[in-house]
Design a protein around this ligand. Structure first.
Ligand SMILES: C[S@@+](CC[C@H](N)C(=O)[O-])C[C@H]1O[C@@H](n2cnc3c(N)ncnc32)[C@H](O)[C@@H]1O
Length: 516
């Protein structure tokens, strides 16, 4: 059964008329409407016969519940019956995902939260409402897309986590479930079902929902850096910001209450002029696992995207990687007034790693993450999939720059002219990259200092990107230089003293045999 809206292909990008101003105002941005997940990076799993769970239900015409109702073994294990195998045959009621047995819903325009979905009929507690359909993508692809969407300036985020390895992206293709907004006091929840060997995500009613009520579930995200985004769910128990219940947010934000108001104060970043030297900054920010360079040599700023899965017995909730509708700049000073909220007793605890990994101490990195704010929600208590290198026990990162090799000197020791030239060429490139980084640092220094004084001020993405690019180039040239030294020292003979050469020429003392 399809809801009436789903039969209207108005919102399918493939069937949209050329957009007019009015249409744009009245309709959500175009996307392709789908009723089944689209597998982007792999094929749909083929269910093996031995993996098919067959229930023991027997259809009794006088009792429709008998055909795979609540007590069906498959229903109890959140598994849909496989059509040709179910003993109840065509009467089986446990194929809701497969048959798109959705509740009637309707799209509507909210105040400040974009589009939303409301119940277009009375819905019973526990009822399956709609499947969250989209493209099933790998974790890596989710990260890549998340970055791309951010660059494209997409305001809303539609990537939800399926498991540690895969996500569902409903940005371009999806069902109406993509329009369901977050609420801190939700009337719906997500549950995972095994359907013909694939895990699928459904939105289910947590309670009876009357016709005309907006549907909402708890996105269950964790904040771990970046701008704080106001939650506009309007619930009495609203936590104020997206991800405000998460540990990362709470550790970053001091809260105190004054009568009816709740104030939040962000951590004030510490400024240490000793850390002002460009390369120190570079090293601090260049924790290798925090900065990735993809095959095209581009920086991956979407690192902050991280997802997890909240597991419940039988029911597993899903997580949404949320892109904020708007960043909420914390006006000049660091005090923000947040609607008074109740402390949520069951605030979830998340891995300490997460907090360290996205520490905002380094302004540059923190701002890059801020610019990736939309990706800065770790959804659910699942593990953070990326390991980060630990700082030394004194809190400082390992300073890789301390061991310097005099490339010119090494080159001199080698017998091969080509080897010498190669090393010198690489050394020159390294020198250029270093001076480029230094002059760039001088150029962007005011912006960095301003940012460090007042964490609310943005360092523009373009500046941050330039900085990262220059850092990467410097690292690359260093790497090239050292690898050419190692290669040539290992593979080419060293110069020997020429016994017939008059001593007045080269100073023999220049030719040292160094043990590398
Ligand atoms: C999955 S989409 C929901 C549909 C979206 N409103 C639309 O118009 O397409 C998630 C996005 O909706 C917005 N959103 C959802 N719930 C919100 C809330 N409680 N407060 C503020 N924005 C919300 C955020 O922009 C979020 O990235």
């Amino acid at each position: 059964m399809y809801s009436s809206e789903e039969m209207i292909p108005l919102f399918s990008s493939s069937s949209m008329d050329p957009p007019s101003q009015q249409r744009e105002e009245e309709q959500p941005p175009p996307y392709e409407h789908i009723h089944q997940n689209d597998f982007f990076h792999r094929k749909h799993k083929k269910q093996k016969e031995e993996d098919i769970a067959v229930c023991v239900c027997k259809y009794d015409p006088s009792n429709p519940e008998s055909a795979c109702g609540e007590r069906c073994l498959n229903v109890l294990t959140s598994t849909e019956c496989t059509p040709e195998f179910c003993p109840c045959g065509v009467f089986c009621k446990n194929q809701r995902f497969q048959k798109c047995e959705y509740a009637k819903t309707k799209l509507f325009k909210t105040e400040g939260r974009g589009w939303g979905l409301l119940a277009d009929e009375n819905i019973k507690a526990g009822q399956f409402i709609i499947e969250y359909c989209g493209e099933v993508i790998s974790w890596k692809e989710a990260r890549r897309r998340s970055h791309t969407y951010e660059i494209q300036g997409l305001k809303d985020a539609y990537i939800i986590c399926l498991n540690a390895a895969e996500s569902i992206d409903a940005t371009v293709k999806g069902s109406h479930a993509r329009f369901i907004n977050h609420s801190c006091q939700p009337n719906c929840e997500t549950r995972k079902w095994n359907v013909l060997g694939e895990i699928r995500v459904g939105i289910f009613a947590k309670q009876d929902i009357s016709i005309g009520t907006e549907l909402a579930y708890d996105y269950n995200f964790e904040w771990y850096g970046g701008n704080k985004v106001r939650c506009l769910c309007g619930a009495a128990s609203c936590s104020g910001f997206l991800g405000a219940k998460s540990r990362g947010f709470q550790e970053d934000t001091y809260l105190w209450e004054d009568d009816d108001d709740r104030y939040s104060v962000e951590k004030i970043p510490l400024y240490d002029s000793a850390e002002d030297e460009p390369f120190t900054k570079l090293l601090k920010s260049m924790d290798s696992s925090e900065l990735e360079i993809d095959a095209n040599g581009k920086n991956d700023f979407a690192m902050a995207l991280s997802v997890g899965v909240k597991s419940e017995p039988l029911l597993e909730s899903t997580s949404l990687v949320v892109q904020p509708p708007e960043s909420v700049p914390m006006e000049g000073v660091v005090v923000n007034i947040v609607p008074k909220t109740e402390e949520n007793e069951d605030t979830k605890l998340y891995s300490q790693d997460t907090q360290q990994a996205f520490s905002q101490k380094n302004a540059m990195i923190s701002r890059i993450k801020s610019n990736s704010a939309c990706r800065n929600y770790h959804i659910g208590p699942g593990p953070v999939p990326r390991k980060r290198s630990q700082p030394y026990s004194n809190g400082k990162l390992k300073n890789l720059a301390q061991k310097q090799v005099d490339a010119k000197h090494v080159a001199q020791l080698l017998a091969s002219k080509e080897a010498q030239e190669e090393i010198l060429r690489n050394e020159e490139m390294k020198r250029e990259a270093t001076s480029q980084l230094s002059s760039l640092y001088d150029e962007i220094r005011p912006a960095i200092e301003e940012h460090e004084r007042d964490n609310q001020d943005s360092v523009a993405t373009s500046v941050a990107e330039k900085w990262i690019e220059a850092c990467c180039l410097k690292l690359k040239t260093e790497f090239d230089m050292y690898s050419s030294i190692i290669k040539n020292v290992a593979c080419t003979p060293r110069r020997t003293l020429d016994p017939v050469k008059p001593s007045g020429g080269d100073n023999p003392s220049d030719v040292k045999y160094l043990g590398f």
